[in-house]
Write a protein that binds this ligand. Structure first.
Ligand SMILES: NC(=O)c1ccc[n+]([C@@H]2O[C@H](COP(=O)([O-])OP(=O)(O)OC[C@H]3O[C@@H](n4cnc5c(N)ncnc54)[C@H](OP(=O)(O)O)[C@@H]3O)[C@@H](O)[C@H]2O)c1
Length: 335
């Protein structure tokens, strides 16, 4: 008999996350109600936002309640269907949660969606570069920042899943691209593997000097994933009327509060700053995902995955995002 293991939030973590912050319960898999499927989780998408969902702070979705299965995106295989158009064996994206079996139904950007068959790509690419992370990069660079030829674009957390895609999309659109990442190895990787024009190591003592040297004519676009001092350094390099696509602020997710920003440079340079979120991207998702899959197939975008095995390792895997221990998309293999 199949068993459904579920990781339920037992308390709100302080700082780093551990398995002790969850109860692990075992039970029978659910049954599919009308209009839904039951799917067996294959891979969990490990995302910085998982950490925010554990906190009781104002955010774009309700926090995960104590006693609730930890919310997460995932790649899953339909095992039972009460939904027209879906059959056992179909591979799907949905909010599986940290559990073996979930009930999934369509609705909204993060609702149930089929993984395209015959794409020639591994299905897990649709959790990263051809899925939520790539679509975030596409939306931020193309729709929000409207990057184009002649632009210089700075990307922070550039060796990660969203950042590496964002930088490569900006290159495709004809921009000069500077990536900021932690460590000289990652900074080199941005240039050697992802084709950025320069990589800057924010951990280096001369970080600001490196950034200035990499942007002799300033920059026009900032795709921001980090916040804090790194964001401030990047904003200091923006030219008047620069555009900031505010994707995320990972530097504050593990802590209790936020940070204060000096708005004066934003005003003085007449910058356009826009926050955006994937939950508003349901309409553009299919078009963006198709285009991203084409770029990956044609070798115009390179994307890697870091895979951790085992459902109960999900809490420790989440910490890897905050340690910079991942390259590209971080996944937990469940089955
Ligand atoms: N707006 C949206 O809809 C949306 C959707 C998905 C993701 N996001 C955002 O996109 C960003 C990247 O997400 P992702 O899933 O692609 O993760 P990721 O970039 O693959 O992994 C996170 C990376 O952030 C860097 N990092 C962690 N803590 C840091 C710190 N204190 N200072 C500087 N860098 C730090 C680490 O790289 P280093 O080794 O370089 O430090 C780490 O590898 C996050 O801010 C996330 O919230 C937004």
């Amino acid at each position: 008999m199949p068993v459904n293991r579920q990781l339920k939030l037992a308390r709100r973590p302080e700082g780093r996350v551990s398995l002790e912050d969850f109860t692990v319960e075992e039970g029978a898999p659910p049954q599919a109600p009308d209009g839904a499927v039951v799917a067996r989780t294959l891979f969990l998408s490990v995302d910085p936002t998982n950490r925010v969902w554990m906190k009781d702070v104002p955010q774009y979705m309700p926090p995960v309640a104590i006693g609730e299965v930890m919310r997460s995106g995932g790649l899953a295989e339909v095992v039972q269907s009460n939904l027209e158009g879906y059959a056992p064996g179909d591979l799907v994206f949905g909010m599986t949660g940290w559990q073996d079996y979930s009930v999934l139904k369509p609705g909204g950007a993060l609702g149930l969606a089929k993984i395209p068959s015959g794409s020639g790509l591994a299905p897990e690419k649709f959790l990263g570069v051809c899925g939520p992370n790539g679509v975030t990069a596409w939306a931020g660079m193309i729709e929000v920042a409207q990057v184009g030829p002649g632009d210089t674009a700075i990307v922070t957390a550039a060796a990660g899943s969203v950042g590496s895609a964002a930088g490569q999309i900006a290159k495709i659109k004809g921009a000069r691209v500077i990536g900021i990442a932690g460590g000289s190895e990652k900074a080199r990787k941005l240039v050697d593997d992802y084709g950025f024009d320069a990589g800057v190591d924010y951990r280096a003592e001369n970080f600001r000097v490196q950034l200035k040297a990499a942007t002799p004519d300033g920059a026009d676009v900032l795709f921001e994933n980090v916040g804090g001092e790194i964001m401030e350094a990047a904003i200091s390099r923006l030219n008047p009327r620069g555009r900031v696509a505010l994707s995320g602020m990972i530097s504050i997710y593990n802590g209790k509060g936020g940070t204060r920003y000096d708005w004066a440079p934003i005003m003085a340079k007449r910058l356009k700053v826009q926050g955006f979120n994937l939950i508003d991207c349901a309409e553009l998702w299919p078009r963006a995902a198709r285009e991203l899959a084409g770029w990956v197939r044609d070798g115009k975008i390179k994307a890697e995955e870091t895979i951790v095995d085992g459902l109960t390792n999900a809490p420790e895997a989440l910490n890897m995002l905050f340690d910079g221990a991942n390259v590209g998309k971080l996944l937990v293999r469940v089955a």
